[in-house]
Design a protein around this ligand. Structure first.
Ligand SMILES: *Cc1c(COP(=O)(O)O)cnc(C)c1O
Length: 377
């Protein structure tokens, strides 16, 4: 069976984790956490990066920092992972879902303005598959209506929009290092803070509402409880696991892109025959091969395709059940405008195996099976 995902692993991780254990330095904010933060700051140009226990938690931090409260509205796509909604619902805010574009599966930037009300506080673009949303338009709207922009860049590490790293464009950016993502620490994430005046508040929220980060830097003699907060810092062992991959980030990225390009090339004839659709990467977007997906005609054909691939030893998966149709989405949020593409396109999409270590032979084999399905059917 060609599995759908194999979590990334770099050999150096063993050495780095052993070092943490031997030195008995396994708690948060150790040397590896600092290295990861600095690496991300350097690569993205963000003012500050703080490693977190997950992307979900990074988004929760962003919601707290943005001062999101009861009754506020937050604009986001419905075609996303639940965490995008959770972080704001926890603050009592209402997710206002806007339809996606069928080409990139990202929020349709041209539908956002009509969804803005007196209560709107933030826009949350989700960079699906590491392909950027139209950030120029989104930032322009945010400026015009004084809204915060919190990027869900869970899938966007090492991807960019017009030369700017995803996650470093909006006020806050959230990365995921879950084991299904391009770079992993098992469970983990990062919060990117664009403007330096928000760094101290972020450090306090992440450290249980204390100014302990300042204390560690020797800026104060004693640390104390200064604001609300929680515990969002991961163990340095997890950071050590991640850092081994960050050192090899370009290599990992190139290997993924090579697989992605091979898929695209192999499946182009099927697209040209109008049997399937392939991902679209607009000009100005540099993606990171987070996933390779194809779109079938409809949900019936997709189910048959997934079954066929499984019979032929290929594990493919689909997602997401649109949030606005889920029990929690119905309870907490609302859809603005017409659901023209969110449900329809989500039902057509299948993700093919994509991970660091997938071979060209495997990609060729998978594409052969897809082609056979369409020529037999
Ligand atoms: C993976 C993912 C998340 C959640 O990441 P965690 O690190 O598991 O919390 C959030 N949003 C999107 C779009 C994701 O793909």
């Amino acid at each position: 069976m060609i599995t759908f995902n194999v979590p990334p692993y770099e050999e150096k991780a063993m050495e780095y984790i052993s070092e943490c254990v031997k030195n008995q330095k396994i708690c948060g904010d150790g040397a590896y956490t600092r290295r990861c933060n600095e690496w991300i700051e350097e690569r993205t140009g963000t003012a500050k990066c703080l490693l977190t226990t997950s992307c979900t938690h990074a988004t929760e931090m962003a919601a707290l920092l943005a001062g999101i409260k009861e009754g506020d509205e937050v604009i986001m796509p419905s075609y996303t992972f639940v965490s995008t909604g959770d972080a704001f619902v926890l603050r009592g805010a209402v997710p206002v879902f806007v339809d996606i574009r069928p080409d990139t599966m990202n929020i349709d930037e041209n539908l956002i303005e009509a969804a803005i009300t007196e209560k709107t506080r933030a826009i949350v673009p989700v960079h699906y598959a590491g392909v950027a949303c139209e950030m120029d338009k989104i930032m322009e709207l945010a400026g015009k209506y004084h809204l915060m922009v919190i990027e869900d860049a869970a899938q966007g590490v090492m991807a960019s929009y017009k030369g700017k790293a995803l996650g470093a464009i909006g006020d806050y950016g959230c990365f995921s290092f879950h084991e299904t993502k391009n770079y992993s620490m098992g469970e983990g994430g990062a919060l990117l803070i664009r403007d330096s005046e928000h760094i101290e508040d972020a450090e306090i929220i992440r450290e249980k509402g204390t100014n302990r980060s300042k204390f560690y830097r020797g800026q104060i003699d004693k640390y104390t409880w200064v604001n609300f907060g929680s515990s969002y810092l991961p163990s340095d062992m997890n950071a050590a696991y991640l850092y081994a991959q960050l050192e090899k980030a370009d290599e990992i990225n190139e290997a993924r892109l090579a697989c992605w390009n091979r898929y695209y090339e192999n499946l182009t004839p099927l697209m040209e025959q109008g049997r399937i659709e392939l991902p679209v990467v607009p000009e100005g977007c540099v993606h990171n091969a987070h996933m390779f997906y194809i779109k079938a005609a409809d949900v019936v054909e997709r189910t048959a395709l997934i079954d066929y691939l499984k019979e032929h030893q290929v594990h493919s998966v689909f997602h997401y059940i649109p949030l606005h149709n889920s029990p929690a989405g119905l309870r907490f949020g609302r859809f603005h405008g017409e659901d023209k593409y969110t449900t329809r396109e989500s039902e057509r999409l299948t993700r093919l195996p994509m991970y660091y270590g997938l071979t060209m032979e495997q990609v060729d084999y998978i594409c052969e099976q897809v082609k056979k399905f369409y020529t037999a059917g």
